[in-house]
Design a protein around this ligand. Structure first.
Ligand SMILES: [Fe+2]
Length: 321
């Protein structure tokens, strides 16, 4: 099987190109939300979080870094999720790419590594086929999704913030996953900081949250992977997470990265109401359907990752190079 496993050629880009054209982000707070997965309750909560920041006098820039579609397998939900997300800033994920340009043999476009079971990959490919059938009814939205950039560099608080979906070499790369960084250490991440010139890298795609801080070439660098904004990430929790970077007003969230840096950075919980989301999900994906088999347990219970495991290895003050 190659569909869902391979990384298509058009997903590839070069780390050296990611920070070439930075755009000034004139805001006090940057939210980066990856992996909404078609959850309208999580989207409403993210917008409400941004509104609460604005009510406190802070300007917010909200950026969705891909995979905002996945479970939204009805015409009505497909249209509303995409119209709402595309009203904010957004880059593409592999899901949006495959919805905009179906039929390239990439399956779901996830480029799953070997540690993911074949059955999961096959179910993801079938979820994508169902969603592509709905996207085909909405060519105008397909065109808008097809025009989304694959990455973005923002100048925020005087720092270069590179936001991408997978890793610095591929839209669907797994090099910034919890599994990869835990198994192989931070050397590749440090090389990517050097190659991109980024002060902060923000990714998603690999479904588990990660935070790292390190000094590369004498400069403090940060890496944030929010896991999923629309699905539980930690053991016993159904809350999504988003990456929050702020020039002042540090987050009160439980998962924050270090002081002694010009901005504060944290993974902030997205506490959407579970019951209405679950009833909507169950209506779209009843028992024994592909998404129910792959994701319902996680939607209810989160993952096996503990807060201690998330904090471990964050590498605060770690000197790599
Ligand atoms: Fe993805």
């Amino acid at each position: 099987m190659t569909e869902g496993r391979t990384c298509p050629l058009h997903y590839r880009y070069r780390p050296e190109d990611l920070a070439r054209d930075p755009v000034v982000c004139d805001a006090d707070v940057l939210y980066v939300a990856g992996g909404l997965y078609g959850n309208p309750l999580a989207l409403a909560e993210i917008e409400a979080m941004a509104d609460r920041e604005r009510a406190a006098g802070r300007r917010v820039h909200l950026l969705f870094n891909g995979d905002f579609n996945w479970f939204n397998a009805s015409d009505e939900l497909f249209v509303s999720i995409n119209h709402r997300v595309l009203g904010h800033d957004a880059i593409t994920g592999n899901v949006e790419y495959e919805l905009a340009c179906p039929g390239d043999g990439a399956g779901c476009g996830c480029a799953y590594p070997d540690f993911v079971d074949d059955a999961v990959v096959e179910r993801s490919n079938r979820i994508m086929v169902r969603l592509q059938g709905i996207a085909a009814h909405h060519p105008e939205l397909q065109q808008r999704l097809g025009r989304l950039p694959r990455y973005r560099c923002l100048m925020f608080g005087g720092l270069k913030v590179v936001v991408l979906h997978g890793d610095p070499e591929s839209l669907a790369g797994w090099g910034l996953s919890h599994e990869e960084l835990s198994a192989r250490g931070n050397e590749q991440l440090a090389r990517w900081f050097r190659q991109t010139g980024a002060d902060i890298l923000v990714s998603t795609h690999t479904c588990l949250p990660v935070m790292r801080a390190m000094v590369v070439d004498g400069r403090q660098r940060l890496f944030l992977n929010n896991g999923s904004a629309g699905m539980g990430n930690l053991i016993g929790s159904s809350a999504g997470l988003l990456a929050r970077i702020a020039g002042s007003a540090p987050s009160e969230a439980a998962f924050g990265l270090p002081s002694g840096f010009p901005v504060s950075a944290a993974l902030e919980p997205v506490r959407f109401p579970l019951a209405p989301w679950l009833s909507l999900f169950d209506a779209l994906w009843p028992e024994n359907t592909d998404a129910a088999l792959s994701y319902r347990h996680r939607i209810l219970n989160g993952t096996s990752l503990t807060p201690g495991q998330l904090r471990a290895g964050t590498g605060i003050s770690e000197k790599i190079i």
